[in-house]
Design a protein around this ligand. Sequence first.
Ligand code: F6R
Length: 620
Amino acid sequence: MCGIVGYVGSRSVSECLLEGLHRLEYRGYDSAGIAVISDGEISVRKKAGRVMELARLVEEQPLFGNIGIGHTRWATHGETTDANSHPHLGGNGEVVIVHNGVIENHDSLRNQLIALGYVFHSQTDTEVAAHLMAHHLSEQLKLNSDEPCVDTCLRAVNLTLDRLKGTYGICVMFRDCPDTIIAARSGSPLVIGVGKNEYFLASDSSPLIGCTQDVVYLADNEVVVLNATGMKIAHRTTGRVQPSIQTLDQVSADIDLGNYPHYMLKEIFEQPTSVENAMRGRLDEGEATAVIGGLNLTAQQLRTFDRVVLTACGTSWHAGLVGEYLLEEFARLPTEVEYASELRYRNPPISDRTLVFSITQSGETADTLAAMRECQRKGHPTLSICNVVGSTIAREADGGIYLHAGPEIGVASTKAFTSQVTVLSLLALYLGRMRHLSYPAGKRIIKQLREMPEKIEEALKCHERVQEISEKYAHFNNFLYLGRLYNFPVALEGALKLKEISYIHAEGYPAAEMKHGPIALVDEQTPSVFIVPKGGIQPKVISNMEEVKARRGPVIALACEGDKEVERIADDVIIVPDVEEYLQPLVCAIPLQLLSYHIALLRGCNVDRPRNLAKSVTVE
Ligand code: F6R
């Protein structure tokens, strides 16, 4: 939510900031802006709308210089207007800031600042921080007029941060300290790119790819002071921090669209590879188990756990539901899947024998992070299943498993879901083989897992068929998605994909639950998407299909090739490969991702940047 960039060095700063904002746009696209210092003046260009529109504005009214900050906004306080766009100036233009997060006490601070004579030009919480910086700066200048300017500015930043309640990733520049950027974080991520006589700042590493491989992840309560020749990091209470420089292993190709029209389509088609990457080096044929390093728990410790809690939001929560079924089936471990937003405020019984995993693509979701910290506060080791290397959750977890899916840029999560399900299958196999799962069963699972990249490739062959079907159904305004057992979470995920990118109302249900209420929705105008590949209780789902047809509801079915019974009942069939039931989510998710993609396109929606959403939800 909201993307921040900053740069100091010798490059042309406007281009550098705009390129960074393009890459961070998935974090928010309500408005964008940049601020540059040159000739002792702070100049701002900002605009409601996409980064592209800001780029046009900068073309008409160029900004030259070598130091600047930028922001792409996901609105929290105040509408999406030019005035509410960041950067925000403080005082009489002596301070400028960009901010990601929420300042919870903005109202009372605003009143105090108004009483002091500060004039507000926006409805944002951020402008409060800008004026507060200006206020503390003027106070400090009165007290310490002969110390170096940067020290006074830093003190003004710290005094301001002391008074903020809430979360922030913040970058500040001061007109009278024109070669310095000061940045700080508490709850919202910031990463520093270290170059030769240049430094970059960003909310995540994507703007840094191709600029530098050396990065430093700022931790909560740390403040960094940057100029072209150096950086100083300090913890706000414990003092100077020796930066730990890490190497970024992403390359530009990871974030290029290639020949695809949208990131979402690219990422859907990357799934044979991303699933393969999730398994790479993690299957041990000899022992018929998975190899999972990084959990930081010995086999003996892992055997003592008698319960698992998986916590996540959105699509990651759906993957968690598949994980519940897998862990209970393979490892016989009672598993609960908790919405992180609920877990963080509940007080569920978690004992020393409960293993907690946070599942997250971005590693920055505020609720998931808070749920993890809540569990850690109570002394429970909390592990993560995460995609973004170096993200806050990955760093703060007591151990974990990376997805290795590569950057997911489309706002609707696709490849992260299948990679999460793959990693959860490995985890279930690993924990299962420490408990009840036999050697032959482990061998069989490994063989089936190895076939998955090929099966996903096969599933992708439905693309044209899905495109055809989408044309027939794109005009409907309500959909039901129905599946059972391993395909119940897939139904939820299919409905979520349709909702988020085509703004069509869709509900996912376990197929058998339909008759307990949702069947009342069925009529000629409400298509049902049944996930009905071969499997133990397929006849039951087929009966549910009959029930929908009997009420004249249109039916789209995902089924295996040659399934005559499904073909007879359904109006339209999409073929999915025949795989073991526990692996069906990996192939059945594919046509549903494509269906939502094509329906959204036909309805003229922006598939990569759906309205009101942002890729990583770093506010509560
Ligand atoms: C849906 C989607 C969201 C995320 C959710 C959690 O397509 O992208 O529902 O899954 O916001 O995000 P992560 O996995 O980054 O914690």
